[in-house]
Each structure stands twice: as structure tokens, then as C-alpha cells.
Design a protein around this ligand. Sequence first.
Ligand SMILES: N=c1c2ncn([C@@H]3O[C@H](COP(=O)(O)OP(=O)(O)OP(=O)(O)O)[C@@H](O)[C@H]3O)c2ncn1[C@@H]1O[C@H](COP(=O)(O)O)[C@@H](O)[C@H]1O
Length: 112
Amino acid sequence: MTDFTLEELAATIDERAASGDDNSYTARLLGKGVAKCAQKLGEEAVEAAIAAAERDNQALTKEAADVLYHLLVLLRAAGVSFDEVKAELQSRTRQSGLDEKRSRGPSADWKS
Ligand SMILES: N=c1c2ncn([C@@H]3O[C@H](COP(=O)(O)OP(=O)(O)OP(=O)(O)O)[C@@H](O)[C@H]3O)c2ncn1[C@@H]1O[C@H](COP(=O)(O)O)[C@@H](O)[C@H]1O
């Protein structure tokens, strides 16, 4: 298990965006605008899909990392925060029947 988090990566991307540092790939890509960032995400997503279809899990792992990085860069370019995306995901959370049974406690089954 790694202690790497997407929140940390998003913070690094924010920091590079603010720096405008030419040595930073992130800053250079952001400097090219939303359309270029969107194009990069699209390319990486297609590469990930191809790797999965070819059952190449080693390539899929690398392409998935590219997709997550380029998605966070695109969000930054578009002005959407990662927190907003997480809030959207949270709003979609639904309990399974099993979760509901667990929250009602062990005796819930024979009572009903
Ligand atoms: N996770 C990544 C990451 N994944 C992929 N890439 C870069 O994405 C680029 C993709 O390569 P491509 O061949 O598709 O693109 P290209 O031909 O170089 O250029 P364009 O197509 O964009 O014109 C490579 O240069 C990779 O290094 C990344 N660059 C940065 N990060 C993270 O961002 C942090 C900050 O990086 P810098 O902005 O470079 O300081 C790093 O510490 C990493 O955590």
C-alpha cells in the first residue's frame, strides 16, 4: 500500500500552475490552454482503453496513471477543483441492501 494521494498530486499541479516554471511539464501544458489539456486526456484515455482491451495490465497501470494526472491537469485548466469532483461523487453514493441490513443491526433480520 502506498501513501500517495490524488489530493497531493492536485496540490502539486496547483503549485506548478502558479509557478509558471518553464522546467515544469505541467506548467508548460497548462500554458497551452484547455483544448490542449483536453486533447492530452483524450489520448491517454484511448491508450488506457487499448491496453485494457489487449489484456496488457502492465501498460494499463501506466496509462491509468497518465489518465489521472492529465484529468487533474485538465480540471485545473478548466477551473474545476478536485474537491468539486469529489463532492459530486459523494452525492452519488448509495447504500447496498447489505449496508442497510448492517446499519439496522444483527437482530434486524428475524424481527421483520
Ligand atoms: N504524473 C505526472 C506525469 N505523468 C505524465 N507526465 C508527463 O506527460 C508527458 C506525456 O508525454 P507525451 O509524449 O504524451 O507528450 P509530449 O510529446 O512530451 O508533449 P505534448 O504532447 O504534451 O506536446 C511526459 O513528458 C510525462 O513526463 C507527467 N508529468 C508530471 N507528473 C506529475 O506532476 C508533477 C510535477 O511535474 P512537473 O510539472 O514536470 O514539475 C510530477 O512530480 C509528477 O508527480
